[in-house]
Design a protein around this ligand. Structure first.
Ligand code: PGA
Ligand code: ZN
Length: 423
């Protein structure tokens, strides 16, 4: 088996024009590959630390030269000579050298870049596609693309409090067709917005970001777009939400301030009730972060009330960390976890988070970040993890479409053996 002969990192830009880390890994059989690290905006407070330089003379302090140098000077020398296929050993060694709970010494961006590039080079060296290398011969189920067609919250400068409104092609026969269903809906939505003289500019994840008259106006308009595109809401295409409620929580009295839409203040129970009204009215199959990361009790009440009808996903509250997912499973906080590689910082630990969900009958929802690159690692990873659905933005912005295009390739490669279904 091939061993690691060289590791090198450099600073590149992500889709928001902020610096991020790209890592190159070379093996002794000549295999050479790279991986690039994504970056979030509405981050959870317990995420692994993204190391930034803090040097205000470069990129307003957001440079990642320290992380780059940690790869080149600290991580590389300690991994040279190891077998590239020993993913868990390699990830374990980086965790050990870092020595902190949140990877703050070396930076999760440094560690994850190496972790992803090692996986990719090992797959390449074994002459098998990355999804098969990570997932085995059973990796043949394409994820349902939960396409984020309206952006709000911290991903846009508009009047919408909730961060993401997704179209979910639950009734499509294949990934390719599902992608077509929701991409067509995206285009029809654009026409509706134009007719209403609303902005058709897009937010960070490629969804439209107009000033809707209310949060509910956004979902109503999406349902209209689904119908106008020729699909049956709830049958062909359903909807999903990510409130990203951590971004509009008020700390001091635990109330939420929906100030973008001028909906006023609400407490957890109001939000649980509001979701109930929406779930009754609209074809919603999944709701992520309906409450904030510290509102464990509110989350629990949300799940008790709605968890039988929809998938309740924890993102900021669990941060892809088995420590928090374990608590969530024990307390019935949700019934699904969002899975983001850079929240925890290694491929192996991300797989552990997925395993924990699976073992307890939870679902898990694979996800990109709002700051992305052209790297489509997530597409292969989603097929390998067999979770059945993913979110990777809209049908615009190449850093989002790159993942969809890779999934199209994978489906074509799998041919008749490819699987696609919602549940
Ligand atoms: P982020 O948002 O990548 O900006 O953290 C994504 C999400 O909240 O799911
Ligand atoms: Zn989220």
């Amino acid at each position: 088996m091939a061993t690691i002969s060289k590791i090198r990192a450099m600073e590149i830009l992500d889709s928001r024009g902020n610096p991020t880390v790209r890592v190159f890994v070379e093996l002794d059989d000549g295999t050479y590959s790279s991986a690039s690290v994504p970056s979030g905006a509405s981050t959870g407070e317990n995420e692994a630390l993204e190391l930034r330089d803090g040097d205000s003379s470069r990129y307003a302090g957001k440079g990642v030269l320290r992380a780059v140098s940690n790869v080149n000077e600290v991580i590389a020398p300690s991994l040279i000579g190891l077998e590239a296929s020993g993913q868990a050993l390699i990830d374990g060694r980086m965790i050990e050298i870092d020595g902190t709970e949140d990877k703050s010494k070396l930076g999760a961006n440094a560690i994850l870049g190496v972790s992803m590039a090692v996986a990719r080079s090992a797959a390449q060296s074994a002459h098998i596609p990355l999804y098969q290398y990570l997932g085995g011969v059973g990796a043949r189920r394409l994820p349902v693309p939960c396409m984020n067609i309206v952006n709000g919250g911290q991903h846009a400068d508009n009047s919408v409090d909730f961060q993401e409104f997704m179209a979910v092609p639950i009734g499509a026969p294949t990934f390719r067709e599902g992608l077509r269903y929701v991409a067509e809906t995206f285009h029809v939505l654009k026409g509706i917005l134009k007719d209403r003289r609303l902005s058709t500019g897009v937010g960070d994840e490629g969804g439209f970001a107009p000033n809707f008259s209310s949060n509910e106006d956004a979902i109503e308009t999406i349902v209209l777009a689904i119908e106008k595109a020729g699909y049956k809401p709830g049958e062909h295409i359903a909807t999903a939400m990510d409130s990203a409620a951590t971004s509009f929580v008020l700390d001091k009295d635990g109330e939420y301030d929906l100030n973008r839409s001028r909906a006023g203040k609400m407490n957890s129970d109001d939000l649980v009730a509001l979701a109930g009204e929406w779930i009754d009215k609209y074809p919603i199959v999944l709701w992520e972060d309906p409450l904030a990361e510290n509102d464990w009790e509110g989350f629990k009440r949300f799940t008790a009330r709605h968890g039988k009808r929809i998938e309740v996903v924890g993102d900021d509250i669990f941060v892809t960390n088995t420590r928090y997912i374990a608590r969530g499973i024990k307390e019935g906080t949700a019934n699904s976890a969002l899975i983001k590689l850079n929240q925890i910082g290694t491929v192996s630990e991300t797989i552990e988070a997925v395993r924990m969900c699976r073992d307890s009958g939870w679902r898990y929802f694979l996800s990109h970040r709002s700051g992305e690159t052209e790297d489509a690692f997530l597409a292969d990873f989603a097929v390998a993890m067999d979770g059945g659905h993913l979110k990777t933005g809209s049908a615009s912005r190449s850093e989002r479409v790159a993942k969809y295009n890779r999934l199209l390739e994978i489906e074509e490669e799998l041919g008749k053996s490819a699987l696609y279904y919602w549940k």
